[in-house]
Design a binder for this molecule. Structure first.
Ligand code: NAP
Ligand code: 3JN
Length: 346
């Protein structure tokens, strides 16, 4: 398209685990970019990144950085988004925010494109990307919600260390070497960098992601519960979650129990999942075919398998859902939203 509109785009948190994937996707998908601005903290300002053969110098993110920026993708943490999204909006920038800062704000659309892309049109300057664990679950359950209704969801997650940032990947690899070499393992970051007590992640499973709320759940678990209801537009949904960090680098896995509101045929359920946008059904016990984090890594789709009727509740299903947490769980979902905004303006 020769007269396609081009956009001035900013990536805030450009050096991070999520930001790097956003930049890669903007490149691979040939996003219609006039100028790309890469923003970070003062620590990385001045470093150079190559994008489409051109060197771009990282700049410190400041309120005035958004002058002339049409679309900004934020993944530099909630504090940065709370401080800079309102400044960007003042400059007329449409923000796609990967943090939890605005997700539960009644004015802010919380969007998984395969579920509720139409909500983007209601934005007041910012569209929120849900939490990674929420995205892959609601994307998979949406066709079942539409066909049968959903009464209850019980989810247990097995989350990759990359969800806690680039430094947590290094931490897990370092600890694994320390343990294999028979040395003391020195935990430094997980489960929560800002809390004094740390636990070993190498060869372990930590049932804590983010801090605890005073109801016994963690913030990660409460995000899954609250965001699922908001995205599905159904406050009556009964959702419970247990979120666990495991020593996997990329790819969140989830064991999901879902009670439907009406009777179902298991083959029809599998057909609905197989036909759902962005979902790949991998389900053949005879061939030991089911989703694996190692195989989901680097892919844009969400994978579902082990789909089976519950033995005690005939209206309930059990399934295993896997997706690359940095892609569909973060960068890809955000770029999909940005692509929708760009298409709407063309
Ligand atoms: P990360 O690897 O630790 O990267 C953090 C990024 O934020 C870096 O680019 C860092 O720049 C930048 N940054 C830090 N402080 C800043 C400041 N004051 N001003 C501007 N930039 C600053 O973390 P990540 O895994 O990419 O995640 C980043 C955020 O994305 C998370 O905090 C979370 O809010 C969100 N996230 C969302 C999901 C999801 O579920 N959708 C998943 C993962 C992350 P420097 O290089 O200068 O330090
Ligand atoms: O731990 C994970 O696997 C996902 C982490 C997401 C995350 C990490 C730090 C801050 C978030 C998020 O997206 O919910 C946030 C946050 O913005 O609250």
């Amino acid at each position: 398209m020769s007269n396609q509109k081009l956009f001035n785009v900013a990536v805030v948190g450009a050096t991070g685990a999520v930001g790097e994937q956003i930049i890669r996707l903007l490149d691979e998908r040939n996003f219609p970019i006039q100028q790309l601005k890469l923003l970070s903290s003062a620590r990385s300002a001045g470093k150079k990144v190559t994008f489409k053969g051109q060197e771009i110098t990282l700049e410190e993110a400041k309120p005035e950085s958004f002058e002339g920026v049409d679309i900004a993708l934020f993944s530099a943490g909630g504090d940065v988004s709370r401080a800079l999204v309102p400044e960007a909006i003042k400059h007329g920038t449409v923000c796609v925010d990967n943090t939890s800062a605005f997700r539960m704000d009644a004015e802010t659309p919380l969007v998984v494109p395969e579920v509720n892309i139409d909500k983007v049109n209601d934005h007041k300057g910012v569209i929120a990307n849900p939490n990674c664990s929420t995205i892959q679950m609601v994307q998979t359950l949406k066709p079942l919600y539409d066909r049968y209704g959903i009464k209850q969801i019980i989810v247990s997650t097995y989350q990759a260390v990359s969800g806690a940032g680039a430094s947590a990947i290094n931490e897990m690899l370092r600890q694994s070497r320390e343990a294999l070499e028979g040395n003391d393992v020195n935990p430094d970051i997980l489960p929560v960098g800002s809390l004094p007590k740390k636990h070993q992640i190498a060869f372990n499973a930590i049932p804590q992601i983010d801090k605890f709320v005073d109801n016994g759940f963690t913030y990660e678990e409460m995000k899954m519960i609250n965001e699922t209801k908001k995205i599905m537009g159904d406050e009556s949904l009964q959702v419970t979650a247990t979120c666990v960090r495991i020593p996997v680098v990329y790819g969140h896995s989830e064991s999901v129990y879902v009670e439907l509101k009406s009777d179902f045929d298991i083959e029809e359920v599998k057909q609905l999942l197989a036909n759902a946008p962005g979902i790949v059904l991998q389900d053949n016990p005879e061939e030991q075919l089911y989703p694996l984090a190692t195989e989901a890594t680097g892919k844009l789709e969400t994978f579902v398998g082990r789909v089976r009727r519950d033995l005690h509740n005939p209206r309930a299903l059990n399934m295993w859902i896997v997706s690359d947490n940095l892609l569909k769980g973060a960068a890809w979902n955000a770029v999909q939203i940005a692509e929708y905004i760009a298409i709407e303006q063309n």
